[in-house]
Write a new protein. Structure first.
Length: 531
């Protein structure tokens, strides 16, 4: 009966001790944790001296003062400073992971025996509690060993929890800093539509105080038009549709100045569930984005233009200088035929320089929005005949025939005649360059009746029997400063002609221009102009 009473008392004491060790987990700082652990150690065992060491690798230990000994920092001490400690015994206890008693003679620490309680976490060694006691091996009973082990595990668990909290807080602070530093607005909602985060950029763009918006449902946190925009994007995300980027024009302030807000979103999923964990939205000032894009394009064009001028201007200029010098040197020209040949080269290279300069000037005017148009009613057949006459010399020299198929009843169309002659000359010139001797180029015009909501138009076709363009290179035709790769027919052009044609037809005349091509068969350029 007495044994049962003793067992119940031991069990009651153990349960009380476990409740006290659980108090370690409630500590919110390492200083508070050390205070609680001191009290727990005093109740656990009657010691003479005490030292507590923590690993220098612990973030939560770096804020504490103390001497560093190897990989450990002394953070708690209740013993003489000259009391020696054999670190090999502490290392042995840390490896074993169990509380151990070392006799005074073995520990070398004076007349008291030494107890080492290792503090070991799941992934690292956290530290050690070193106690000097006046009992011997007989007094180091299983109950005392178990209580010290419980105390050590409780302290280890609490330390590891504080360490994880410290790391989590540091990671959150880093992520917060990153999100605040990005030049776009970031906004997040939980699956109930409550605002969980909004960075400073989004706060400025949406004109909403983050303190008032966070924790509120988005329809109450933001203005109606913004809430409607978010609702549209969330709906598409929930239907697994591509949300793209929604645009909304907003006022910047009291005046008439406005900007275009772009909003795109991502759905955060839960593992093993189709339910959304939340949503993250990116907000951009599209006016700024478009301006940056435009400036980058202009900067790229500047580099391309410098490269073009340095190369394309130099080549014809060098030819002109060389042939002019030859004409001026006495004895270099023997016949009138040779003199005319040299003059023809100078004239041809001069025209090439003129075309290059005109293309660059036209491109500059287009970029500045200053290209002027003078619209009048014209018969497109007359325009085609004029352009064909201009290019007939090049066609005859190449041995290519230009065929005109102009219906007599072709309607009168309102165009800028000079600009359309420029377009047709460019299309014919390109067709001649890439068509071999004996080939044909057909210029055909026809009136088209389009859909009721669109006006009727005249379609102009320039069809050649040339080498054709590979499908993967058609996009280069419309890109500035790019040319289709065809070494056999490479002419060293500027790569500006077709982009200028598109600008004149589509932006200047409200029409449409495109091409179809097949390698070895030929190319057809389609040009539609509204009546």
């Amino acid at each position: 009966m007495s044994d049962n009473t003793a067992d119940r008392r031991t069990f009651s004491e153990l349960r009380l001790f476990l409740r006290k060790t659980s108090a370690l987990l409630a500590c919110s700082s390492v200083e508070e944790l050390l205070e609680v652990s001191d009290e727990l150690l005093l109740e656990t065992v009657d010691f003479v001296f005490c030292r507590l060491y923590l690993s220098t690798g612990l973030d939560c230990a770096r804020s504490l003062d103390g001497e560093v000994e190897g990989e450990m920092k002394l953070v708690r001490s209740a013993c003489p400073e000259d009391l020696r400690l054999d670190w090999s015994l502490v290392s042995w206890a840390l490896r074993s992971g169990e509380a151990a008693l070392f006799p005074a003679g073995q520990s070398g620490g004076g007349t008291e025996n030494m107890v080492v309680v290792p503090l070991v976490g799941r992934t690292m060694k956290l530290g050690a509690v070193v106690l000097w006691v006046d009992f011997d091996e007989a007094g180091f009973t299983g109950q005392v060993s178990d209580l010290l082990a419980l105390c050590g595990r409780g302290l280890s668990t609490a330390l590891e929890s504080l360490e994880l909290s410290e790391q989590r807080a540091r990671s959150q602070a880093f992520v917060q800093h990153v999100l605040e530093s990005v030049p776009v607005g970031i906004l997040s909602l939980d699956n109930a539509g409550t605002v969980t985060f909004i960075n400073g950029t989004a706060e400025f763009m949406l004109r909403s105080e983050r303190g008032e918006a966070t924790g509120n449902e988005y329809s109450r946190a933001f203005r109606g038009e913004i809430a409607d925009l978010i609702r549209q994007v969330v709906g598409r995300l929930d239907r697994n549709e591509d949300s793209g980027e929604e645009e909304l024009e907003l006022k910047r302030g009291e005046g008439d100045d406005s900007y275009v807000l772009g909003l795109s979103g991502t759905r955060l999923g839960l593992a093993g569930s189709e339910e959304a964990a939340g949503y993250v939205f990116v907000l951009r000032d599209l006016e700024v984005t478009r301006e940056v894009t435009r400036l980058r394009e202009l900067d790229g064009m500047k580099d391309d233009l410098l490269s073009l001028v340095s190369h394309e201007l130099r080549t014809p200029l060098a030819s002109i200088m060389a042939y002019a010098e030859a004409l001026l040197m006495e004895g270099m020209i023997d016949t009138e035929e040779e003199r005319c040949e040299y003059l023809e080269v100078i004239r041809s290279e001069g025209e090439r320089l003129g075309r290059l300069i005109n293309d660059v000037l036209d491109l500059t005017k287009m970029q500045a929005g200053k290209l002027e148009y003078h619209f009048e009613d014209h018969n497109l057949g007359d325009v085609v005949r004029h352009a064909a006459t201009v290019e007939s010399g090049l066609a005859e020299k190449k041995g290519v025939e230009i065929i005109q198929e102009m219906p007599a009843d072709l309607p009168v169309i309102r165009i800028d005649r000079d600009r359309m002659v420029q377009v047709l000359c460019n299309l014919l010139s390109n067709a001649i360059k890439y068509t071999d001797e004996g080939g044909t180029i057909t210029v055909r015009a026809q009136a088209l009746e389009t859909e009721a909501e669109r006006p009727a138009c005249v379609e102009l076709l320039v069809i050649d029997t040339g080498v054709g363009i590979p499908a993967g290179q058609i996009h280069k035709v419309w890109s500035r400063f790019e040319q289709v790769e065809n070494a056999r027919h490479h002419t060293g052009g500027t790569g500006l002609g077709m982009p200028i044609c598109r600008q004149i037809v589509e932006d200047g005349h409200g029409g449409k221009i495109w091409l179809t091509s097949e390698v070895g068969v030929g190319t057809t350029v389609h040009c539609q102009l509204p009546l």
